[in-house]
Design a protein around this ligand. Sequence first.
Ligand SMILES: C[S@@+](CC[C@H](N)C(=O)[O-])C[C@H]1O[C@@H](n2cnc3c(N)ncnc32)[C@H](O)[C@@H]1O
Length: 289
Amino acid sequence: MTNQAWLIKEAISEAVSQLQTASQANPHKLEAELLLCHCLGVTRSYLLTWPEKRLSNAESSAFFELVQRRATGEPIAYILGTREFWGLELAVSPATLIPRADTETLVERALEKIQQIQQPHILDMGTGSGAIALALAYERPDARVIAVDYSTDALDIARQNAERHQLKVKMLQSDWFSALAEQRFDCIVSNPPYIERHDPHLTQGDLRFEPASALSAGQDGLADLRQIIEQAPKFLNNQAWLLVEHGYNQADAVQTLFKQAGFCAVQTHQDLSGHPRVTVGKIDDDTAQ
Ligand SMILES: C[S@@+](CC[C@H](N)C(=O)[O-])C[C@H]1O[C@@H](n2cnc3c(N)ncnc32)[C@H](O)[C@@H]1O
């Protein structure tokens, strides 16, 4: 079937039917178009302008190979190698989580917290593709931003993204706070792994292809959050904030961890779908260590 020279419009409609057979839930036409753009190195407007253009045999077979990968469930972001976050096109790879739109809630809240601070010192823990750190550096060019991750492969991608957008973020390999002795920040943000080890979602959809080390955190999903929240006060200035993303059903447990660690003004914010997703807390004079 791929050993033929398709017209652009025919190739797209054949791809849509192959993707529909594989899953009922995806925006098939858009995905087919994005895959074809990727193959041909063109924009979508080119496809709309030249629907009658004939693809070469090589172009057709390269395109339908990608369609097959997508039909088996591989995330479109990994096939294309990019995902947009906060308006920035970011490289992603199977070493990084695919940034989620819901995580923009964390960025919005962090920007509010540092609004009044000149040259804020910001730490992003578990940066993956660099999404959160780069969004903050983009919005606050005066900030000094450090991003850490345990995975050197993820940090390579994060560095590429910083370079691509000419944003200044210091990327460090670190097991949470271990490489950060003696530093204090005005704001620490983190979207750590928080899925329960045996959560059935881990065997479904995009999650099957994403690194387990970016997703799951112990039996109850709270192992990394616990560690970050407990240790954060030693790395925060007075009046500084910690903001973490967590599971939709973890807000109560996370709020308790914040209070036990001595944070005040603890509050949870909802994501775009209305789920409790981001919990924040502040260090004040009485609790700073
Ligand atoms: C849920 S992903 C978040 C990625 C990115 N911040 C985002 O929002 O798209 C969690 C990240 O934490 C990193 N990570 C896991 N364990 C870590 C540890 N002990 N120390 C530092 N980073 C860790 C993973 O490699 C992964 O990149």
